[in-house]
Ligand binder design. Structure first.
Ligand code: PBG
Length: 326
């Protein structure tokens, strides 16, 4: 037989050498949740081993990340006070701003801090923008988003990541950041973000479910892929530095197409529902958690993702260190 595929599978050495997908812990981002208050470290019931931290205890989570080899964090905030226009999102003393200052004070450039920019955790109605007659007003929301971006940059964010899905938000944030001297602060755009049921555990964790209706008038319809390419292109033209696809696992075709059509780095967000499903199935003894975690992460990179945002970031960094993947 001239071709025997098994020759390249004989032992670990040759398998490692012939591997087609190479990954690095430098590409992992760990989401974290800040909560207003003091001395809080509460496990999030919908996300095993993830916690709500008050700014005075967020270091515990950061420390664990650093120990595992992860130094990039995506910060979300749970404010005490919510209102119609999400004041706490752009307040200088908002929860994310407090967290940013606390972490940067202590860790300086040892950590890379990315902030999620959205209004749903801060508005009383739970929608991602400013409402007008129960409909999210796109252009009005843009001013608020730009203000949040600048306020995060003021507090020390290394990068901002808008997840609201308003049209024109990248341009409006880029202009605002530039005008305030943050010309070097990159924008990672949640460009190709679907209206997905996979966000369920996150909304419980972030207390951000809409109080009426759904997000289908701003997030994408999951039947569509060309629309995703259009979103990616528009955001690139508006000044995005990184294009994100979200969710990841059920959208590998989208990750592939987007990565083939952009010259920007592509990030994939393996969302809360993906994490929770693996955790739940493992708890029931149905699957091997470690194996499924590794396999699904690699499938996302194989599809074309350069960067992976995942609740398994620490465990994946460990798997890479051991050489099980990588
Ligand atoms: C905010 C936001 C959401 C997620 C990230 N940013 C929820 C949503 O759009 O409803 C989901 C993340 C996850 O499920 O892990 N808009």
């Amino acid at each position: 037989m001239l071709q025997r595929a098994r020759r390249l599978r004989v032992n670990k050495d040759i398998r490692d050498m012939a591997r087609e997908t190479r990954v690095s812990k430098n590409t992992l981002i760990l989401p974290m949740f800040l909560k207003e208050g003091k001395n809080i470290k509460d496990e999030i019931s919908s996300l095993d081993h993830h916690y709500h931290y008050s700014p005075d205890r967020i270091f515990e989570g950061i420390e664990e990340g650093l120990k595992a080899g992860v130094n990039k964090f995506l910060l979300f905030g749970l404010p005490n006070h919510k209102d119609e226009v999400g004041c706490e999102a752009y307040s200088d003393s908002g929860i994310v701003q407090q967290g940013l200052r606390a972490i940067k004070d202590r860790y300086k450039d040892e950590v890379y801090l990315i902030t999620d920019i959205c209004m749903c955790e801060y508005t009383s109605h739970g929608h991602c923008g400013i409402l007008q007659d129960e409909y999210v007003n796109n252009d009005k929301t843009l001013e608020y988003l730009a203000e949040i971006a600048v306020s995060h940059a003021n507090a020390g964010a290394d990068m901002v990541a808008p997840s609201d899905m308003m049209d024109g938000r990248i341009l409006s944030m880029r202009n605002a950041l530039d005008q305030n001297g943050y010309t070097e602060t990159p924008i990672m755009s949640y460009a190709v973000k679907y209206a997905s049921s996979f966000y369920g555990p996150f909304r419980a964790a972030a207390d951000s479910a809409p109080s009426f209706g759904d997000r289908k008038s701003y997030q994408m319809d999951y039947h569509n892929i060309k629309e995703g390419l259009k979103e990616a292109k528009t955001d690139e033209q508006e000044g995005a530095d990184i294009i994100m696809v979200k969710p990841a696992m059920s959208y590998l075709d989208v990750i592939k197409k987007v990565s083939e059509n952009t010259n920007l780095p592509v990030a994939a967000y393996s969302v809360s529902g993906e994490y929770a499903m693996i955790k739940a199935a493992a708890k029931m003894g149905l699957i091997n958690e470690y194996g499924v975690m590794c396999e699904s992460a690699i499938s996302i990179y194989r599809a074309g993702a350069d960067i992976l945002i995942t609740y398994f970031a620490k465990e994946l960094a460990e798997a890479m260190r051991k050489g099980d993947i990588g």
